[in-house]
Design a protein around this ligand. Sequence first.
Ligand code: GLN
Length: 450
Amino acid sequence: TRDCLERIQTTEPHLHAVLFRNDEQALEQAQAMDKQGPNPQQKLWGVPILLKDILATQGMPTTCASKILQNFTPCYDAHLVTRLKEQGAIILGKNNLDEFAMGSSTENSAQGSTRNPWNLDHVPGGSSGGSASSVAACQAFASIGTDTGGSIRQPASFCGIVGLKPTYGRVSRFGLIAYGSSLDQAGPLTRTVEDAAIILSVIAGHDPRDSTSVNTPVPDYVAGLSAMKDLSGVRIGMPREYWGKGLAPEVAEACTRAMDTARQQGAEIVPVSLPHTSYAIATYYIIAMAEASSNLARFDGVRYGFRDKDAQDLLEMYTKSRSQGFGDEVKRRIMLGTYVLSAGYYDAYYKKAAQVRRIIREDFLKALQSCDVLGGPACPTTAFGLGQNTDDPLQMYLTDIFTTSLNLTGLPGLSLPVGVGRDSGLPVGLQLFGAGFQEERLLAIAHVLE
Ligand code: GLN
């Protein structure tokens, strides 16, 4: 714990990955645990970890990197935070993110951008960019991020670490401040597949406080890793839509090398198709913004955080608090989300998107009928430069081309570091998609490839 805190101290001036530091309490807790001695019952005894600042933490600020939640301190822990604490984890603090997890670069934070430890002029990805940057820079052994449209897998890929988005319903969303409720899922960002397996085994499982949490047994993910020695008998599908147009040559190269390794390890690589991939971004952004516009209605200046003090009446207080409290990207999404849900446009946009979502899911289920997992690049490029996409929101949305589909389907996905790009010298992530609740297999296959 002390080493991690020192590491945070020396690297934070460069990275700005941490919004709140829990130094004193963390050290006290670690010292108390040292006195008692190791507890073999706890899977994370004394392991220092960080949390994306969208997860509710009792007695610790939880801001979603938004001015509207500045000084908000929840009176309860998110379900997964309780699980981590029960298993002996030490919470070092809270990680920076794009405001309310809306973004792909951690540049939308009201607290300023986080940087990529591999090259400080580049973004760490987003929205869990603080988490990815911290773990890559060894500030903590793991961080918990959330993934609504790629926010665990894309920053993991940009920072050269492992990021796992579990199946929707695998990890309770109780205490995860909602962005797109039908898409959001929390998961680990770690430096190894084994660490991801350990963390998932702690945070997965049923929670009656989240009605979408699924009551299905949690396998021993760590034992699953040693059970698989090589990839003989494993079929990996290569969705053709992920390997063509728009893919940076250095990313294609690194991912192809990884697929060759899979073949050498005995895997059978088979071509598959996800024919509706080109509709994923439009579909995702309509659904995510619609849900966000509804979820963010609760931030009205009355119940939490920031309130404008000069308003003359209730309506003005709502308006002024929201106008000043939310950043530009969040406002854009609330407005677009309200629009696609409005009486005259609902059928044309939201309903259509919900229908296409179903078709995209069917593509995945069909491809997974003949394969154990699907493999492709996590992102079309390596980490882009700070400021490179900030003036053009559409360009920023397009960078999510390979990650958003998965959230529409609810299936699990993992990003695995597979080397650095020849041109940029920055990390490349290979993405593996699996069948619902088959994280065990996904992790085991990634472990062989690691
Ligand atoms: N970049 C996507 C968005 O801005 C995904 C974000 C996320 O997964 N939280 O919505």
